[in-house]
Design a protein around this ligand. Sequence first.
Ligand code: ATP
Ligand code: ZN
Length: 270
Amino acid sequence: SKVKDMSAEVVDSNPYSRLMALQRMGIVQNYERIREFSVAIVGIGGVGSVAAEMLTRCGIGRLLLYDYDKVELANMNRLFFRPEQVGMTKTDAAVQTLSDINPDVALESYTLNITTLQGFETFMSSLKNKTFCPSEEGSGVDLVLSCVDNYEARMVVNQACNELNQTWMESGVSEDAVSGHIQLLVPGETACFACAPPLVVASGVDERTLKREGVCAASLPTTMGYNALKDFFPTMEMKPNPQCSNAACLERQKEYILAKPARDAAAKAK
Ligand code: ATP
Ligand code: ZN
């Protein structure tokens, strides 16, 4: 429309106004600290694009975006990409859209396949980059979100996060969009993705023979909608597997057990 709403512009130009929603929800006390956090999102599809947009609107400090794909017309059911972005890489198109929504977020676009040798190297070094939190040990990000659609890529995120001792979240939406799962993975403390492989993988079936051709209707908003209607969200805890096939996972498990006395003492002091 040609009508310009000046009141909206005044509010938008203040970066702190974006934090008002978080403040008003009253759920987190230190809501303004969100500006200090870095989140890496692997896979900018049905789940990753929505997660990126939500974090951007909440005023996250920095987002690192990974995807090897280009925007296609078939992705337009995803709400996030625009027709004029067809042909752009998903990560570049995402940076364009997100910086329009909130110019205060530091956005990094990585067009790469994390399962290739070169891609994995860049993935790892970008996660280790500590320019934004020079004082902290280990990884340079606070959270990794796995929003990919295949087992191989999930196993690679698992490998990277086990090596970096990095907390991450794994997500999946069922093909018919009516259900999905979210898993929090804390290396050494909870099961890693290799500790309890999905049944189809454990049974040795090649996932490429399972994947159906065509456009996938599933996306985060549809699945959230269905789950809200059913009001059904089962949760469970998964302990790490001492026989896990991932060597870095076993190292993290050992460290976690060794640190138990320190954890107990800290809990007692509280
Ligand atoms: P569709 O399911 O119709 O293909 P989509 O392309 O949006 O839709 P999603 O399943 O919604 O796909 O999202 C998964 C995203 O993860 C895709 O954008 C895909 O390119 C990306 N992805 C998958 N594997 C990798 C990988 N190894 N490295 C980088 N990105 C990946
Ligand atoms: Zn494991």
